[in-house]
Ligand binder design. Structure first.
Ligand code: ADE
Length: 265
């Protein structure tokens, strides 16, 4: 008999293989900003859950609905209770991802949002990227192996048919808790070979990987990090138009996923 570890790994693989053979049923869309989330809510006519699946008092909001053969859940981490701004960043993203997986048992996670892009890597304002892999760029631990833990590299679910059908740009995503980019962040982003930079992706990926839920990352470029405009100004200037492009791609992704198994993506 194989050692215990091998047996349970084999059992898990068999379970995942089985899951991959039936169509995706429940999807979990995680979007950090209200401006990004509401167009998707409206497009699929999702409604806010009156009986929250989350602990009482948290600002996290679940919108849900049935679309074709899919149960769609869109989670927005809500507004910071004391400051009233969107709860962006990795802390809220990891918490809502964990709580949502526990409550909803999704087959697939779609983390969607805006991102900074690197023109040197081919990104343009309004481009929508699908991330092939995600990692952190602001967790520096210069001790062997802890350094790799800090970077936290995770693979997105491989979706070759989706990429081809929707003609999506593909690039690596790097995540940190700042909108700007310090020289130290820049060095790690370059080491991560990233084309896009956000504030949630790697946190969602970490939790999704822990709980063995496949995840994909749809990121629309609002600002060019290696351009000449101040990031915050460019981000706010482009947020509305780029959000429309994001919404369109998320809709296309949902329509493509409908009726398909994970292995057909
Ligand atoms: N979201 C949109 N633009 C971003 C940037 N430059 N960095 C991180 N997250 C972003």
């Amino acid at each position: 008999a194989p050692p215990r570890g091998d047996a349970s790994a084999a059992a898990e693989e068999a379970m995942l293989a089985q899951l991959e053979k039936r169509p995706v049923c429940t999807i979990l869309i995680i979007i950090a900003m209200q401006t990004e989330a509401l167009p998707v809510v409206n497009k699929f006519q999702l409604v806010e859950d009156p009986n929250t699946v989350f602990p009482e008092g948290v600002p996290w909001v679940r919108y849900h609905g049935v679309y074709k053969d899919l149960n769609i859940n869109l989670i927005w981490p809500g507004k910071d209770p004391s400051l009233g701004v969107d709860s962006v960043g990795t802390v809220s993203a990891s918490l809502v991802t964990y709580a949502s997986i526990q409550a909803l048992q999704p087959d697939l996670i779609i983390n969607a949002g805006t991102a900074g892009g690197f023109k040197a890597k081919g990104a343009c304002i309004g481009d929508v990227f699908l991330a092939s892999e995600v990692a952190f760029h602001d967790r520096r631990i210069p001790i062997p192996v802890f350094d790799l833990y800090g970077v936290g590299l995770r693979q997105a679910l491989s979706t070759p048919s989706l990429v081809k059908d929707l003609n999506l740009k593909v690039g690596k995503l790097s995540t940190g808790d700042s909108l700007d980019m310090s020289p130290q962040d820049e060095a790690t982003i370059i080491a991560n070979d990233a084309t896009v930079k956000d504030m949630e992706g790697a946190a969602v990926a970490y939790v999704a990987d822990l709980l063995k839920v496949p995840a994909i990352f749809v990121k629309a470029v609002t600002d060019l990090v290696d351009g000449d405009k101040p990031t915050a100004d460019e981000f706010l200037q482009n947020l509305a138009t780029v959000t429309a492009a994001l919404n369109e791609t998320v809709s296309q992704v949902v329509n493509f996923v409908n009726g398909k198994c994970l292995s057909e993506l």
